[in-house]
Write a protein that binds this ligand. Structure first.
Ligand code: GTP
Length: 280
């Protein structure tokens, strides 16, 4: 798919309420000992070349403009911290639609299976600081993801696990996704949240909230039950990513001190930890 518009939306985040779960979102445990570290500003991976019809949503913000950092844009990027959040889960659970909803504020009319990975980015303002939330929408289908898996998990700052509330199998498979995540050396301290999507399909819900909550609790995750489709749920979708952004902001400050160039790539690294006054 994706949108190649260079535009980005900017959201001002109140950053309040800990987990930030709104509506059916259920805030669970928070940890603030994560090692928010490296930002690789030049994406050392390939964008999936895929067409995804989405009518007006094709104008939704995309990361494309900031993924390929040119030297001239480096100075700008140095001013802005970027949080890499990956979205994983079974195929068809709505990962693409959730990322569209957050970055573009709309639900795509039509989607196709993600091939490899799609990137979307949204600038948000938290306590006066502009932060770029970089959302990696990954493929749920094994055949479209296996060559990319290492890239998904590299330098990830937070993980969003998605299941479909109308599909019990997608919930059962979460264990496999968690194992994959752990198997790629994602630190246990990297914040993770659980998202049950498609709550608008109330007649078809198979995964009870209490079951999901128990699972989330057992894995030290916040649980959000929401719908990418229902416009009334859009704030809840925002809460998923904003709660993570707030937690990441609270953990460490990324001070870009080193600029390395490797084979034309630019790498920005962080320095010391600083305390944040972010209330969450
Ligand atoms: N009713 C309803 N349908 C949804 C919702 N979110 C996504 N869908 C639909 O579910 C289907 C799959 O959505 P995608 O976002 O492409 O799913 P995905 O998880 O990205 O799938 P892969 O790219 O194959 O991993 C599409 O037909 C969407 O329209 C939702 O909240 N409610």
């Amino acid at each position: 798919m994706t949108n190649d518009s260079p535009e980005e939306e900017k959201t001002r985040a109140p950053c309040a309420g800990g987990g930030g779960a709104g509506g059916r979102g259920v805030a669970r445990k928070n940890r603030a000992d994560d090692n928010v570290t490296i930002l690789t500003s030049s994406m050392d991976l390939h964008r999936a070349s895929r067409s995804r019809a989405s009518s007006s949503n094709d104008a939704a913000p995309s990361i494309t403009s900031s993924v390929d950092l040119s030297t001239s844009s480096l100075e700008l990027s140095i001013q802005t911290r970027i949080f890499k959040i990956i979205v994983i889960g079974d195929s068809n659970v709505g990962k693409t639609c959730l990322t569209f909803r957050f970055t573009g504020g709309s639900f795509p009319d039509k989607t196709e299976a993600t091939i490899g990975v799609d990137f979307r980015e949204k600038a948000v303002e938290i306590e006066g600081e502009t932060i770029k939330v970089q959302v990696w929408d990954t493929a749920g289908q094994e055949r479209f993801r296996k060559s990319m898996v290492e890239h998904y998990y590299r330098n990830v700052h937070a993980v969003v696990f998605v299941y479909d509330v109308t599909n019990m199998a997608s919930f059962r498979n979460l264990q496999t996704w968690i194992e994959e995540c752990n198997g790629h050396r994602v630190s246990a301290s990297v914040p993770r949240v659980l998202v049950g999507n498609k709550c608008d399909l109330v007649e078809h819900i198979q995964v009870p909230s209490n079951m999901a909550l128990k699972f989330a609790d057992a894995h030290n995750m916040l649980l959000f039950e929401t719908s990418a489709k229902d416009p009334k749920e859009s704030q809840n979708v925002d809460s998923i990513f904003m709660s993570l952004a707030c937690r990441l902001k609270a953990q460490k400050s990324l001070l870009y001190r080193d600029v390395e160039r490797e084979d034309g790539r630019v790498r920005l690294t962080q320095e010391a930890e600083t305390k944040s006054s972010c209330p969450c």
